[in-house]
Design a protein around this ligand. Structure first.
Ligand code: MG
Ligand code: MG
Length: 260
């Protein structure tokens, strides 16, 4: 079931997205060697509550935290804990909130201090792949145009696209139809219409695309142990094209963490 949103509903989603974006900005200020991923989760939890929202992930299918923190070979769904970030790590922070009944969802992969060239390239390519996907999100295009643009950009640069996890519709629920894969054929899938709101979220591996789920039952990791990156925006399809409802401005204005 696809729910097309009214202008008022999109405004409500925009508020949730604003809170998500500011939360990622608050988390960004704490990314440094020696910080535990649990500390980042505390920052996010407090920030979201102070601004009147609720963390969407906390308790979702039993997930125990407000954000996912996925370090190096972890693709997504990492559980914040005692792990201390160290120089050279990359950590993806994925955050969802519900605010006045509507959801927002966004993710950013941070470099911890100096990172090697492979990781640096992986961050740039994943970030750019997200932008390529967003570019396709306009009326008359199809889901497959988004998927194809991301896959093509990534594979041309020698990286691989995770197949097991995909983007999604979002609104009154965190995960709605349609699925938004990061691989696929141009011209295939649902035709995009004004009012559709989706989260586009490429999960890109430096090595092979195969992944497995850790013994903790949550963390998805690369099989070959190579690093993986993840960037996500929530966007609305508008007459004039994609309208990005989340923003990385709170991350990129305050830190030297920007990948582009
Ligand atoms: Mg997310
Ligand atoms: Mg998502």
């Amino acid at each position: 079931m696809i729910y097309y949103k009214t202008a008022d509903e999109i405004e409500a989603i925009r508020k949730a997205c604003h809170l998500v974006s500011r939360t990622l900005g608050a988390v960004a200020q704490h990314i440094r060697p020696g910080v535990r991923t649990r500390d980042l989760d505390r920052v996010a939890y407090a920030f979201i509550h102070d601004l009147g929202g609720k963390p969407a992930f906390l308790g979702y299918k039993g997930f125990p935290a407000s954000i996912c923190t996925s370090v190096n070979d972890a693709v997504v769904h990492g559980i914040p804990g005692d792990y201390e970030l160290k120089e050279g790590d990359i950590v993806s922070v994925d955050c969802g909130v519900v605010y006045e009944g509507f959801y927002g969802d966004s993710a950013y992969t941070f470099a911890v201090g100096q990172i090697d060239e492979e990781k640096s390239q992986l961050l740039r390519v994943t970030y750019q792949a997200l932008l390529r996907g967003i570019e396709q999100a306009r009326p008359g295009k199809r889901i497959g145009d988004i998927s194809h643009a991301i896959q093509r950009y990534v594979e041309q640069r020698g990286f691989s696209v995770v197949r097991e996890l995909v983007g999604h519709g979002i609104g009154r629920s965190l995960h709605e139809d349609p699925e938004v894969p990061n691989y696929g054929k141009r011209g295939n899938g649902l035709r995009l219409l004004k009012g559709l709101v989706i989260a586009i979220e490429p999960m890109i591996n430096a090595g092979r695309r195969e992944v497995y789920t850790d013994r903790d039952q949550w963390t998805v990791r690369t099989r070959d142990g190579k690093p993986s990156a993840h960037f996500e925006h929530t966007i609305a399809i508008a007459d004039q094209g994609p309208e990005v409802l989340t923003t990385f401005e709170f991350i990129e204005c305050t830190s030297a963490l920007s990948v582009v």
